[in-house]
Design a protein around this ligand. Structure first.
Ligand SMILES: [Zn+2]
Length: 139
């Protein structure tokens, strides 16, 4: 049983707001990627940014995807790439650097999804760097 915690604004969460799993698979959404996606916190590590970007894809948060991309695509390009895609699971396979006090990081992962009902997986090794606003996705 999860202990009820005060939200950052000092209020208790509404009783009906049952915690739900974060799309990235790490924990509860309101304690995992949601604070990053809503700008209340910034990613402490490259892996945390990677997870939050996956959750942004899963929840259709175009602004966050653009804000955390070194050379962002246009909103229209992003929307087109997300059309008909349902992100189902993230598995992080390898993390190199990207920790506290570091400026570059590499995260290898597999993003599982279905596109128009057909299950598939996207394996990727992504580069991240720490910019003036925090960790961002490079390529
Ligand atoms: Zn998460």
């Amino acid at each position: 049983m999860q202990k009820m915690r005060l939200k950052s604004n000092g209020e208790y969460p509404a009783p009906h707001a049952a915690p739900h799993a974060c799309p990235c698979g790490q924990g509860f959404f309101d304690q995992c990627c949601d604070p990053l996606l809503t700008g209340k916190a910034s990613a402490a590590t490259a892996a945390a940014l990677m997870r939050s970007r996956y959750s942004a894809f899963a929840s259709g948060n175009i602004d966050y995807l653009i804000h955390t991309h070194d050379m962002p695509p246009t909103p229209a390009q992003l929307r087109k790439s997300m059309k008909g895609v349902v992100w189902t699971r993230l598995v992080i396979d390898r993390i190199e650097h990207g920790g506290y006090g570091e400026n570059h990081g590499v995260v290898a992962f597999r993003a599982f999804f279905s596109h128009r009902g057909v299950a598939s997986v996207l394996p990727e090794t992504s580069q991240f760097k720490r910019g003036s606003t925090g960790w961002i996705y490079v390529s």
